[in-house]
Design a binder for this molecule. Structure first.
Ligand SMILES: [Zn+2]
Length: 686
């Protein structure tokens, strides 16, 4: 876990806010539940949630049709991610599915239940390695029981070659599934080892880290200002001492699945909303057909430019977190429709960008004279696949290519209905355990979700866009170095916090009253001083930059306000709470810190950045840490959550599509089997 965080840390240096990986935050504001069942089950360290697609019914038939084709394209690539994660994953999956479908023995035993937990963990992680920690997990049943499962399942469904026996199959599978030392880590980032040899991810074969670095290093030209992302869409194989790329494209590796993606994308082209979107989808098809990474860049530029379409899609080899060296992209797809209500809210905020800049506490010389709010939108997810499913990001900021971001910009997208589902699945237990008063609970229930959304909007649209560097001073990455991401996140958070209880937000119509902002203050302080510690292992410091920034701000404000008791540490029945006594004074403190952090950023004051981060953001209060972990453990809440996708059902009249219906399945296993039956396009070995 630590390893992947430090890698995302590197990416954050490159990408600013980056992909928001904050998938397990129990501290998000919960809000009152409705009739929809948000959480269906919990096993191991995982919980399964569902989400709705509000707004789908309002779409025109043509838009629904477009969404449906993109939905099929998304799911068509699903197998690719399993195979990318580990070359034996599809082999294991076929075995598990055969057992789940056809095992004739007793299904009520503890052993069988443990088998089902293993199968569900496997599906959740798209393979044998934990989706977040990247470590191989092993079953809670014996190899003998596994043999019994194989013997009592349908032979024809098991992945056996001709004239192979169950024993042959068994001897192949047992090391893969049961031996924790074989292919132990999907992505290894611990320096010192050969990161390629020690990572089980299926991006390289027979090559060493040195060879890979040399291979791609020699391609990258320092003078090329618009470089392609070398290696993004291929597996690199050492064949008899010679390195070769097997490209993921039609006619190349993963061709059966990519061919299906292209088939559905072509249908989508026929019902595109506008020419730009049509060209964009056509570019994506060209890319999948040729594997040409220049075409991929051209596609991304069109994708960034397409801000007006109602329907949007991410489909490709996108995030490079799964490659220890960051070359290879994992298959990922997210189909979405624009959330019009939320977009109105963001537009209202964005229009006031200059007002926010002028009225902030930034030193005058570091205010922007003509600030433009960063373009951001809230989307409603329709389906996710590959790297984005079942575990999903709550925000994405793409494309990843730096020069495209610089010249053409990027899209920052908030996955509204996913966040909403997290909020609604948040249990009452959390309120009872960690909220000090009924007043806090009621405020959170009534305004929590809106408060959370406003914080994100202000952070992204106003926060990151504000301020300027003093002429002659380098970028924060150059001057503040490893402290730059934490300082930048703190800056954006402080802008958001400073304005969250401002009457201005009421006046422009994005919140009904400042109680909304108070709900966010309660949450922020409770999280930053206490709750987020649940994610840290005992004995470790805070490493991740968003977490560092949250503690930095909260702890700084707590200590600066101590003499006036602005934030009070209270004990009740041996439990610790942090209660805000004066919201306006706390706001003034946020303003002071914002002013200083902007100065640090603008002047590139490394020493001051280091002092702030090291003194307030890194060290964990050991006693509080222990207390939070114990209180949290008693609540029995899974640290990781993932989602069952809605199912789209086309309605045909003859050959003509006349409607698309949504179904919301409730059973995770059924969905996995359904996908297996309908979207298994790859052989078990690729
Ligand atoms: Zn940010």
């Amino acid at each position: 876990m630590k390893a992947i965080l430090s890698f995302s840390f590197l990416l954050l240096l490159l990408l600013g806010c980056g992909k928001n990986e904050d998938k397990m935050d129990i501290t998000k504001n919960a809000s009152a539940p409705d009739d929809f069942v948000y959480q269906t089950e919990q096993f191991a360290d995982l919980a399964i949630l569902r989400y709705q697609i509000p707004g789908f019914e309002e779409l025109s038939l043509k838009e629904k049709e477009l969404v449906y084709y993109l939905y099929e394209a998304a799911l068509a690539g699903r197998d690719i991610y399993y195979d990318q994660n580990y070359k034996h994953n599809l082999f294991v999956r076929k075995t598990l599915n055969a057992i789940v479908r056809s095992y004739k023995g007793d299904r009520q035993t503890k052993d069988f239940k443990n088998f089902m937990v293993y199968a569900k963990q496997f599906w959740f992680s798209n393979g044998i390695h934990h989706h977040y920690a990247n470590k191989k997990f092993t079953p809670e049943f014996s190899t003998e029981y596994f043999t019994e499962l194989l013997r009592n399942s349908d032979n024809k469904m098991l992945p056996m070659a001709e004239n192979e026996t169950i024993d042959d199959l068994r001897s192949k599978l047992i090391p893969i599934i049961f031996n924790p030392n074989i292919d132990a880590q999907k992505v290894n980032l611990v320096p010192g080892a050969d990161l390629i040899k020690t990572s089980a991810v299926n991006f390289y074969e027979g090559a060493t880290q040195k060879e890979v670095e040399k291979y791609y290093g020699s391609m990258i030209s320092k003078s090329d200002m618009t470089p392609i992302w070398f290696g993004l869409n291929s597996k690199l194989i050492n064949e008899k001492g010679k390195l070769n790329e097997k490209v993921w494209k039609v006619g190349g590796m993963y061709s059966p699945a990519i061919g299906k993606i292209v088939y559905w994308l072509a249908k989508a082209v026929g019902v595109a909303e506008n020419d730009l979107q049509k060209n964009m989808l056509q570019k994506l098809i060209d890319y999948y057909k040729t594997g040409d990474l220049k075409t991929w860049d051209e596609y991304n530029i069109l994708w960034v430019q397409d801000t007006t379409s109602r329907v949007d899609v991410v489909n490709g080899f996108v995030e490079t977190y799964d490659d220890p060296l960051g070359y290879k992209g994992s298959y990922e797809a997210i189909v979405s429709i624009k959330d019009l209500e939320a977009t109105k809210r963001i537009d209202a905020i964005s229009k006031q960008a200059q007002w926010f800049e002028d009225n902030s506490t930034l030193p005058d010389e570091y205010k922007k004279k003509d600030v433009i709010g960063i373009s951001a939108k809230v989307i409603t997810v329709v389906v996710e696949s590959g790297n984005a499913s079942p575990s999903t990001p709550i925000g994405i900021n793409l494309p990843n290519s730096n020069w495209i971001r610089k010249i053409h910009g990027s899209k920052s997208v908030n996955l509204g209905n996913i966040v909403d589902s997290y909020n609604k699945a948040g249990s009452d237990e959390v309120f009872k355990e960690f909220y000090f008063s009924e007043e806090e609970i009621n405020r959170a229930k009534e305004f929590g979700a809106l408060a959370d959304n406003l914080h994100t909007d202000l952070h992204e649209v106003i926060g990151h866009a504000s301020g300027q560097i003093k002429p002659g001073v380098g970028t924060p990455k150059q001057t503040l170095k490893n402290y730059a991401p934490t300082i930048e996140e703190a800056r954006a958070d402080l802008v958001a916090l400073y304005y969250e209880i401002d009457q201005k937000l009421v006046d422009i119509g994005v919140m009904p009253n400042i109680e909304v902002g108070k709900a966010e203050y309660d949450r922020y302080i409770r999280n930053g001083l206490m709750l987020q510690l649940v994610r840290i292992e005992f004995g470790e410091n805070i490493e991740e930059s968003h977490m560092r920034n949250r503690q930095l701000i909260s702890k700084w404000a707590y200590e600066k306000g101590k003499s006036e008791n602005i934030i009070e540490k209270k004990l009740r029945d041996g439990k610790t709470y942090f209660v805000i006594n004066d919201y306006q004074k706390l706001r003034q403190l946020f303003g002071l810190l914002l002013r200083d952090i902007q100065r640090i950023t603008s002047e590139g004051d490394y020493e001051a950045a280091k002092n702030l981060v090291e003194n307030y953001g890194v060290t964990v209060d050991k006693e509080l840490h222990k207390e939070v972990k114990e209180r949290y453990a008693r609540l029995n809440i899974a640290p990781y959550k993932g989602f069952i996708n809605p199912v789209l059902k086309p309605v045909y009249n003859g050959a003509k599509l006349v409607d698309v219906k949504i179904e919301y399945p409730e059973d995770f296993v059924e969905q996995m089997l359904y996908y297996d039956e309908n979207y298994s396009f790859l052989p078990i070995k690729n």
